[in-house]
Design a protein around this ligand. Structure first.
Ligand SMILES: [Zn+2]
Ligand SMILES: [Zn+2]
Length: 100
């Protein structure tokens, strides 16, 4: 079973035991992860975005419906997601900023 990375187009072999909703790293892409879905026996992938915490550098995987303006929490603080348009690719970039 393979899924195709939405960013680089690489076919990625699914490890044994994956279930729908699992996260998988594309070996070619840094900065995002693939969220694997199974529907009617067909596996597909959507991009799951990551940001680093501005305070402790932890890497947080954003929920599927994350959007600019959302608040995320890490190390006891809240941070606001801002969206960075990085050009004509599928790859979106999020950044975190401190909530004033
Ligand atoms: Zn990729
Ligand atoms: Zn943190």
């Amino acid at each position: 079973m393979t899924v195709r990375c939405l960013d680089c187009g690489e076919e990625i072999e699914l490890p044994p035991g994956v279930t729908s909703g699992d996260l998988l790293d594309c070996p070619n892409c840094a900065g995002h992860t693939l969220r694997i879905r199974e529907k009617d026996g067909q596996w597909s992938a959507t991009l799951a975005y990551r940001v680093s915490c501005p305070a402790c550098d932890a890497v947080l995987t954003l929920p599927e419906d994350a959007k600019a303006g959302d608040l995320i929490e890490c190390c006891g603080r809240k941070y606001r997601l801002t969206f960075v348009n990085s050009g004509p690719t599928l790859r979106k970039r999020f950044r975190t900023s401190y909530v004033a």
